[in-house]
Design a protein around this ligand. Structure first.
Ligand code: ASP
Ligand code: MG
Length: 412
């Protein structure tokens, strides 16, 4: 029988009643002739509570025990979902990550999936079981301990199962009804996209559109898993939600597919650094080692052998970056007058695969920002994305202006 993967996020399994509603959706797909693999998250808010308990217990905690605690939320919903299905007379069984076993690396709290053996579950399907319920977000390390895949990781569990079982599709049920051209809370003109290319979704996901874990989109792209994002609170027809798919499957699309933003970005400037060969390596080497995710970089024109170097990183990594730079200075690897952190900034980006073949998108973006009198502090571009750093107070205005400028309220 064809296999379908259905993933239910935290809000979709937040209460017993919602679990029942989710189970009914599963029942409908079973009636449609699918063997279903259901991936569940923990009940909404549960993982945050568990993380809070760990942090309250130990400041510098053992990541293995962190995983032992935070993986438990999914254990509960997996069991409850299987019970609910059984009550509906649908043959169902639950699996914890270690029972599959979903094999991962040993990077606790951020483990990567390495292998999903299918024989265990397939055998049950062959014996008449119709639904396998899998606890998302968790796996088993080579050392035999429970691991977790990072926050939002059950999306990745879902895509990995879809790839392993050659599922027809991977449906991600969540509290929004799809992927939008921008955040509807910021622009009333935001429009739900019928389809979006993997590459675009990858950029939007990593830029802070929190619909899917970035890693899940990477996996879907690699294994060409058709991913659908849809609401668990609405009745969905065949074309509900947004399909994340290969570029070739999209006939018409706007040059720009979406406008994303992030408030968690800080601008760091090293003032008056000696400008000599190797200086960038001496700065960004220690930052990388300290685990700072640098995004944008600008080096000013140098005067009398000294220059300013600006970079951006997530706000919660600012102190880590400062420490790394101070240490490098003490060791004599770099020499600067001051390090200035500006956390009052926001990053706004336009994304679209159409940019590959269209010139002038950057100019159009900068003009639109100029018309609103918004000053650009830092710019970066990739093949399908242009990002700017601006004052945070103009973020919403910038998003709205760009959404209008690129006509995103209308389909191509
Ligand atoms: N429950 C986990 C979290 O909140 C995993 C997930 O929901 O995807 O991060
Ligand atoms: Mg999620």
């Amino acid at each position: 029988m064809p296999v379908l993967v259905m993933k239910f996020g935290g809000t979709s399994v937040a209460t017993l009643d919602r679990i029942r509603r989710a189970a009914k959706r599963v029942g409908r797909e079973v009636a449609n002739g699918y063997d279903v693999i259901v991936i569940v998250s923990a009940m909404a808010g549960k993982t945050n509570e568990l993380v809070g308990w760990v942090e309250e217990t130990a400041t510098f905690f053992d990541a293995r025990e962190y995983d032992a605690v935070v993986s438990s939320g999914e254990q509960v919903t997996a069991g409850l979902m299987a019970l609910t299905l059984q009550e509906m007379e649908i043959p169902a069984r639950s699996w914890q990550g270690w029972q599959v076993p979903l094999k991962t690396s040993s990077a606790h709290s951020a483990a990567r999936i390495e292998e999903i053996p299918t024989d265990n579950i397939q055998q049950k399907f062959d014996e008449g079981m119709r639904v396998a319920v899998i606890a998302g977000f968790q796996g088993l390390s080579p050392e035999g301990r429970i691991t977790t895949l990072g926050r939002g990781g059950s999306d990745t569990t879902a895509v990995a199962f879809a790839a392993a079982f050659g599922a027809e599709r991977c449906d991600i049920y969540t509290d929004v009804d799809g992927v939008y051209t921008t955040d509807p809370r910021i622009s009333g003109k935001a429009r739900k996209l019928e389809k979006i290319a993997f590459e675009e979704m990858l950029e939007l996901a990593s830029l802070g559109a929190k619909v899917l874990q970035t890693r899940s989109v990477e996996l879907a792209m690699r294994y060409n898993v058709r991913l659908r994002v849809l609401s668990s609170f609405e009745d969905n027809n065949e074309n509900a939600g947004t399909l994340v798919c290969a570029e070739e499957d999209i006939v018409e699309s706007n040059v720009v597919a979406g406008v994303a933003y992030s408030r968690d970005e800080a601008k760091m400037t090293l003032i008056s650094v000696a400008d000599r060969p190797g200086i960038a390596a001496a700065i960004f080497g220690p930052l990388a080692e300290a685990g700072v995710n640098v995004d944008m970089i600008v080096q000013n024109i140098s005067e009398e052998g000294r220059t300013d170097m600006t970079f951006s990183c997530p706000t919660d990594q600012v102190s880590r970056a400062e420490r790394a730079m101070e240490e490098a200075k003490e060791k004599g690897d770099i020499n600067f007058h001051d390090l200035v952190a500006d956390t009052d900034v926001a990053k706004v980006s336009v994304v679209g695969i159409g940019m590959r073949s269209h010139a002038g998108v950057a100019a159009q973006m900068f003009r639109a920002l100029k018309d609103e009198n918004i000053n650009i502090k830092v710019i970066t571009t990739s093949e399908i994305k242009i990002s700017v750093l601006i004052d945070r107070k103009y973020m919403e205005l910038a998003v709205q202006a760009l959404h209008d400028e690129f006509g995103l309220d209308r389909a191509a």
